[in-house]
Design a protein. Structure first.
Length: 274
């Protein structure tokens, strides 16, 4: 188990699909048109949301390697996606049970033309990111890494305490998520710099969640997670947090709450290709 439940991943999947940056998706598809059979590596694939979104768009012959350390999520991914791949005919899928920290050296990038990930980057450390950029550069793989949290959260209606909560959550984001001290909101910008140093052309564009009152379940799930994070960082603020939380819940339950959460998408390609 990784701490990311299949239920949470399924709840966020439609919001993730809606949030992806259209310009960068279009650039990826343009790149794809100039290529034949494609091998794609999906890092921290969970139940396969990234592949579910991308494979039908990419079209043509594709082989996907879906990597995660959570056996449960991999099993769900396989059960759901194998029938789709069989029916589609042009897409073969392979599931790899690997820990991206411990088994990093075993991860083979040779033959991979596209390295992708969704909702992973904010978990990783500077060292891990450096290693990723170096390996991508070595194999001249294009890189499409999306939905990396950028530290921004804006509630409507606003409430005193929103900013404090955001700061505590972002402090928590920089803790160790298994990869060493996480880069959290700085990860996408850090990867952009590292890839440029490897000779890539890089584009980074926003892909925020814009959650409407009807997306109450997702707002509640985020609220619960953030309150837990804030309590860990600032246990002395329990009373202050309880009042803030009560009002936020009330607005969500009454259908009056909107929430924007910032992310970045990144598209990078070895620039000699263009
Ligand atoms: C937020 S989820 C994103 C999953 C999927 N990419 C998506 O967009 O739905 C983060 C994923 O990272 C995986 N993960 C976390 N640490 C990992 C590690 N050390 N090795 C491999 N996978 C890891 C989790 O199991 C989980 O599937």
């Amino acid at each position: 188990m990784s701490g990311f439940s299949a239920e949470w991943l399924s709840l966020r999947e439609p919001a993730d699909s809606a949030a992806r940056n259209l310009e960068l998706t279009a650039r990826l598809l343009e790149w794809r048109q100039r290529r034949g059979a494609l091998t794609v590596l999906d890092l921290a694939s969970g139940t396969g949301a990234n592949c579910r979104f991308l494979a039908p768009l990419l079209g043509g012959e594709q082989h996907w390697r879906l990597v995660d350390h959570d056996l449960d999520l991999l099993a769900r991914s396989k059960a759901e996606m194998q029938p789709w791949a069989n029916a589609a005919g042009h897409c073969s899928l392979e599931w790899l049970h690997l820990d991206l920290v411990r088994d990093w050296e075993r991860l083979k990038l040779r033959g991979v033309q596209l390295v992708t990930a969704s909702a992973l980057l904010d978990l990783v450390s500077a060292d891990w990111l450096e290693s990723l950029a170096r390996r991508c550069g070595q194999w001249r793989a294009a890189v499409y890494i999306v939905l990396s949290y950028d530290g921004d959260m804006v509630w409507q209606p606003a409430l005193a305490g929103d900013e404090r909560l955001r700061e505590w959550v972002n402090q928590h984001q920089r803790g160790n998520k298994g990869f060493g001290p996480a880069l959290g909101p700085d990860a996408a910008a850090a990867l952009a710099t590292l890839l440029q140093q490897q000779g890539y052309a890089v584009r980074v564009q926003p892909s925020p969640w814009r959650l409407e009152p009807e997306q109450a379940a997702m707002q509640t799930a985020l609220l619960d997670g953030w309150i837990e994070a804030a309590r860990e960082i600032a246990p002395e603020a329990a009373g202050e947090l309880a009042n803030w939380l009560m009002q936020r819940r009330r607005w969500i339950e009454c259908g009056q709450s909107r929430l924007q959460v910032g992310h970045w998408d990144l598209w990078a390609w070895p620039d000699y290709c263009e």
